[in-house]
Design a protein around this ligand. Structure first.
Ligand code: ADP
Length: 353
């Protein structure tokens, strides 16, 4: 599977963050262990799961491949997992690639021609396909047909090749960057949301069982509360808590050991880490709480804009620490209060404009 979920700069910048929802190198082994195999195993997102079950049943009944599916949402919420789950539910193979990995039309064509009838092709970060490659995708997913150039120079000719009908499952962290024609070619678009604490608690308990580490309900909830609504982060925090439990505790995970682990990792009760707090502090200390453009925030933090937009902001926005206005981002009252800073009522007006 693709090891990087964003561009390499963004991923490198993220490598040290325990709470970063991007894939770390050491996550991959555990991702395989933790990854649910069936829709029943996949925790939460009930509405989407219900619909997917219907689509799978209907496609199976008709003996047809699933419709093409677009999965949107921040990193670490289960898009790749769902692609594998859909493959397993349909009883077909899953081939995985990503936008940046498909460098030219030829590499996409060779992927297509190897697919069996009904197979799932998963393209992660589809918004990062080049325009030329994206265009070559259209006839493949619409008519299951591609044009391949045969021969050289003056003898080169374009030969149409029929493909076996397949399902494209594509994932993106940025629906806004997808072209309209591409978006319109998906029969189904699902937007994954951050998970509520109850679902993350179930994910932590399930992963703890798979790891063979005792974890009580309160410990799982404490981890869930600090996981930024993101299963990947929950699983990573669980592994770190296990380290503390084994070395400084009795081996099991409970609320006390989670508190110790999070204090050492500088993860606060709202699940914000050093970087989140730095972003909010920068906004407040240097820009009077905003509004300020995302470019400016990125420059002040010395982080790529992509990282700020895909990794830090979504959770801060969702939790109401950040507000979005036409003139840029603003720190909200909740951000001031969380950081223990005085909030002037007049600021509330500012965030409205
Ligand atoms: P994405 O592709 O959206 O970045 P992944 O599918 O790679 O996210 O999910 C990251 C990890 O989180 C997976 O290895 C899996 O263990 C876990 N995970 C994600 N969603 C769920 C879920 N709904 N239930 C249980 N575990 C999940």
């Amino acid at each position: 599977m693709a090891a990087k979920k964003l561009n390499p700069d963004a991923a490198a910048a993220e490598v040290d963050r325990v709470l970063a929802p991007l894939l770390h190198a050491d996550d991959e082994r555990f991702d395989r262990l933790f990854r649910p195999k069936t829709l029943d195993d996949f925790v939460g997102q009930e509405k989407h799961k219900h619909n997917l079950r219907v689509f799978v049943e209907a496609a199976k009944k008709r003996g047809e491949p699933l419709d093409h599916i677009l999965l949107c949402g921040p990193p670490g919420l289960g898009k790749t997992t769902l692609a594998y789950v859909l493959g397993a539910e349909m009883g077909v193979n899953v081939t995985v690639t990503s936008g940046p990995a498909v460098e030219h039309k030829g590499s996409l064509s060779s992927l297509f021609t190897r697919l069996q009838r009904g197979d799932v092709l998963f393209i992660d970060e589809i918004h990062r396909l080049s325009a030329v490659v994206e265009e070559s995708l259209y006839p493949a997913i619409e008519d299951f047909r591609i044009d391949v150039m045969m021969g050289d120079g003056a003898f080169a000719e374009s030969v149409p090749i029929d493909l076996k009908p397949f399902t494209l499952v594509a994932a993106t962290t940025r629906t806004g960057l997808l072209t309209k024609p591409l978006q319109e070619r998906f029969g189904v678009t699902l937007r994954l949301d951050f998970y509520p604490v109850e679902d993350l608690t179930r994910i932590v308990l399930r992963s703890a069982r798979l790891l063979g580490v005792p974890c009580d309900e309160a410990g799982a909830t404490a981890l869930a509360e600090r996981s930024r609504g993101t299963p990947r982060v929950a699983n990573r925090l669980l592994r770190r808590a296990r380290d503390f439990a084994e070395i400084e505790g009795s081996g099991g995970i409970d609320r006390a050991i989670v508190d110790i682990a999070c204090e050492r990792l500088e993860v606060d009760r709202a699940g914000l880490d050093e970087m989140d707090r730095r972003l909010l502090r920068t906004l407040i200390d240097h820009y009077d709480g905003g509004p300020v453009g995302v470019e400016t925030i990125a420059a002040a933090l010395a982080e790529p804009r992509d990282t700020v937009e895909d990794v830090y902001e979504p959770y801060l926005l969702q939790q109401g620490f950040l507000g979005r206005t036409p003139r840029g981002r603003v720190a909200t009252r909740r951000a001031y209060e969380h950081l223990g800073l005085p909030w002037a009522e007049s600021r509330g007006q500012k965030s409205l404009f």
